[in-house]
Design a protein around this ligand. Sequence first.
Ligand code: UD1
Length: 421
Amino acid sequence: MEKYIIHHTDALHGHVRISGAKNAALPILAACLLTEEPCEITNVPPLTDVFHMSELLQEAGCFASYDEKTETLSVCAKEITSDLSESEQAGKMRASFLVAGPLLARCLHTFVPLPGGCRIGTRPIDLHLKGLQALGAKHKTEHGIVELHAKQLKGASIYLDFPSVGATENILLAAVLAKGRTVIENAAAEPEICDLADFLRKMGADISGDGTDTITVQGVSALYGASHSIIPDRMEAGTFMIAAAITGGDIILENVQEEHLKPVIAKLGECNVKTEKTAEGLRVYRKGRLKPLDIKTMPFPGFPTDLQAPFMSLLTLAKGTSVITETIFENRFLHAAELRRMGADIRTDSHCAVIEGVDELTGSKVHATDLRAGAALVLSALAAKGETEIGEIEHIARGYCHLEDKLRALGADIRKEESDE
Ligand code: UD1
C-alpha cells in the first residue's frame, strides 16, 4: 500500500504529455480476441487496469506482451479458451466483461465472471446481456459466472434504454462477426467508441455511424490482425487542465484532441480558465478568481461523469455557489466527504452537490475512495495550505500513469511513500 504526500504548490508551469486513453485501450484489447492473427496496439498507457486486461487475455490463452518503453501491447489470440470461470483478473475491474462479446462471437459459448470495479454505483450488466441476447445468445448467471451460448449470432435491431458505453462496446464486439446487419439505436457516442470502431474496421469489420446515436454493423465472416494507436486520454487531459486552473498555473498539454474536450473547455471558460491552441499544444491558464457554475453530467458530448469529482475540487475554491448534478452513476459523491476534511463546504443528496466556495483549503489526511475521487484529492492537495496525505492511491494508478512524475515536472511538490496502514 502506498500514499501520496503533497504540499501546497504555486502555479504549475510547463509541458505535459497526455498518455493513451485507458477507456479506449481496454475494449480494443478485448477486440484482439476476435482474430487468430497478431495485433499490435501502440500508445497503450502503463496502468493497472491495462495490465489486468492483458493478464485476462492471457488467462483466455492469448499471447499478450507489453513493452513499457514503446508503450506497445502485442496480442495474438491464435488458440483461446472461452471458459474464464476461474479467472483471477475478471473481478478486478468493470471492463473485464468486455471480453464476453468477442469470446461469444468467436467461440459461441463462454463463461465470464461478473465484473468488479469502482464503488460508484451498482453498475449492472443487463444492457450488455439484452444486446447479446438480441443477437441470438442465451445466458444464465450462476455462482457469479455468466454463461453465454448461441448456435449462431444473427444481426438484430437493438435499442438501448440508456446509451451505455460498455453495452455499446460489447454488442459491437459481438455483432462484427454476426450474420447480417445489426443496428444499435440510442448507442453511446463517446470518442472511445469511435476508436474501437476504427480498430475493428482495420481488422476488416464493416461499421458505420459510430460517434452518433445509431451504429450499423454488417457482419463479416472473419477478422484479421491489425495495428492501431490509442487516442489520447481526455480524462487525464481534463485532470491536468484542472490542475493548472486550481493552482493558477499556465501549462501546455501535448497529445490532446481538442474536440474530445469541448464540454470541459466550455465549463473551464465559464469559471475564468482560458484555453488556447498553440503550435506546441493546448495552453491552459487562469485569468483571475474562479467563478462558480452549474454542471450536469451527461453522456458524450455532455459533461463527462469521470471529470465530475476533479471539477468539484476546482469549484470548492470558486467565489460563490456551484451546483453539480450527477446523472450517470448513483453513488459518485464519495469524494465530497474527503474534500470536507480539507475545509471544503459541500452538501450532497443522492444526485446533487451544492458547493459554497471557500477562500482556502487546508492539508489533511484523506483517502482515495475510487479512481476519479483520488484524482480530485490530488488536485485539492496541490491548492491546499500545508501538507496533505492521501491513502489508498492504488485506485489512482488504475487510471493515471506516472501522475506524480508528470506533476513534479510541472513544479508540484508530490511524493509517493509506503503507507504504514
Ligand atoms: C464507462 C467508462 C467509465 C465512465 C462511464 C460513463 C470504461 C472502461 N469505463 O463505464 O469510466 O464513467 O463509461 O461514461 O470505459 N448501466 C446499466 N446497465 C448496463 C450498463 C450500464 O444500468 O448494462 C448503467 C450504469 O450502472 C451507469 C450507466 O448505465 O449508471 C452508465 O454506465 P456505462 O455507460 O455502461 O459505463 P461503463 O461502460 O461501465
